[in-house]
Design a protein around this ligand. Structure first.
Ligand code: NIG
Ligand code: FE
Length: 417
């Protein structure tokens, strides 16, 4: 099985020497190949170059090969969405109305809405139905260009339901062509039955949930909603230390609601990523510089909750890398459309289109531990890419917000639409 894509107007993020991630000034550069071709064999990119297609590639075509003429169209590596909660039951438009009327995210949470509302719905919904709902969301984001996605648990809030949501994620991995990275988020909110006994809930996460999740091999990463009104630094510290014993590296929610110390505790535990970061100051930037932790920003949540936006310009100017994800979830960002995320990034963070595209491709891949195989068009990487509709240039991708610029989607070397 092979696919030759020829006459490509421009291949975006084509790398001869794959980078692990890009930081600072380098984020404003994207290597492209104009008038190019890409040759896919099996599930991998074998080669790419400038037209005409060389003879030794043409000689490899056989009856199992297909050729796609991409005249006037560009090729992008699939987006890597490193932070979502896309397994959830139903939706929460009621809170949306409350928000419009002026209630804050924290006020809604205090009234038993928010995460607790989704936990109740998840509890009442069967596994099959959860799979069906999540598959619909996965298909939707796939058609907007996402090829790899992290999915968190976190709507269980008790052992049984956390295992249930993680098993759903495992089923999705076998059903969807989108690559899925599972993260355990036991400490997402304190359930009603533990009200006033948050410490005991944390003890339960550590002594019951983590060992159980690890014994079934249900998660690669561990997350905590470390923020004002949710879990403290000390609690986060304990949970991350416990997760490390079972080989789960942190990817945590940090500094969404305050300068809460989440970034520092994440870096202390060598988190692969710290996410949200609306409240990031000089101290936090200093703490992140030179570490292996990817700062990951989620403009969809800031937009939907009308919060301050993370100071991305300042972070990049200081030399940090930045990844960007959708945060697809029913409460703070009910969309996984990474093309819209790109548009928001350019307008709200003042990112250049190149910086934004780096943030959702190679840096997003890094933030899921997938950069060796995903996040760019490079020889030997998994063939996860999409051919755009006819578009004039790469800046058109964030510019033409709202419309879907992705056309034919190729995942694992197969056309999926
Ligand atoms: O990333 N911040 C914590 N968790 C999610 C929201 C989850 C929800 O409201 O259901 C977030 O914004
Ligand atoms: Fe989140």
């Amino acid at each position: 099985m092979s696919i030759l894509i020829k006459n490509i107007k421009e291949i975006v993020q084509a790398e001869d020497n794959p980078q692990r991630m890009v930081a600072g000034k380098a984020m404003s550069h994207i290597n492209t190949v104009k008038n190019g071709w890409i040759f896919i064999v099996g599930n991998r990119i074998q080669d790419f170059g400038i037209m005409p297609v060389p003879d030794d590639i043409l000689r490899q075509l056989d009856s199992g090969s297909s050729t796609i003429d991409a005249s006037g169209k560009m090729v992008f590596p699939s987006f890597c969405d490193a932070h979502t909660h896309l397994v959830y039951a139903g939706s929460r438009e009621i809170e949306y109305i409350d928000k419009i009327k002026g209630l804050s995210y924290e006020e809604i949470a205090r009234r038993g809405g928010g995460i607790l509302n989704s936990a109740k719905r998840l509890h009442d919904t069967g596994e099959e139905e959860l799979v069906a709902q999540a598959m619909e969301r996965l298909n939707e984001i796939m058609l907007f260009g996402t090829g790899a996605v992290e999915i968190k648990s976190g709507y269980g809030l008790n052992v049984k339901d956390e295992i249930k949501i993680l098993r759903v994620i495992r089923i999705l991995r076998s059903l969807s062509p989108v690559t899925i990275v599972p993260t355990f988020l036991g400490a997402h909110a304190v359930p009603a039955e533990y009200k006033g006994r948050q410490g005991e809930f944390v003890d339960m996460v550590i002594s019951e949930m983590i060992p159980m999740v690890a014994s079934e091999g249900l998660a690669d990463y561990i997350d905590v909603f470390c923020d004002r009104g949710f879990f403290t630094i000390e609690e986060t510290d304990r949970i991350l230390a416990a997760g490390a014993k079972y080989g789960m590296r942190p990817k945590i929610h940090a500094n969404e609601l305050d300068y809460s110390g989440g970034i520092q505790v994440g870096v202390k535990h060598n988190a692969l990523s710290v996410d949200h970061l609306e409240f990031t100051g000089d101290k936090e930037i200093e703490c992140l510089l030179g570490t292996e932790t990817m700062p990951t920003v989620l403009p969809g949540a800031a937009f939907f909750l009308e919060m301050v936006y993370a100071p991305v310009r300042k972070m990049i100017n200081a030399g940090l890398p930045v990844a960007m994800a959708s945060d697809f979830n029913p409460g703070s960002s009910p969309s996984g459309n990474m093309q819209f995320i790109l548009s928001m990034a350019c307008i709200k963070y003042r990112m250049l289109p190149e910086e934004a595209i780096n943030a959702v491709t190679i840096n997003g891949a890094y933030a899921m531990g997938l950069n060796e195989d995903y996040g760019s068009i490079a020889r030997g990487k998994v063939a996860n890419l999409f051919i755009t509709k006819p578009i004039p240039n790469l800046s058109f991708m964030p510019y033409a917000y709202g419309s879907n610029k992705a056309g034919q989607i190729i995942l694992n070397g197969k056309v999926v639409n």
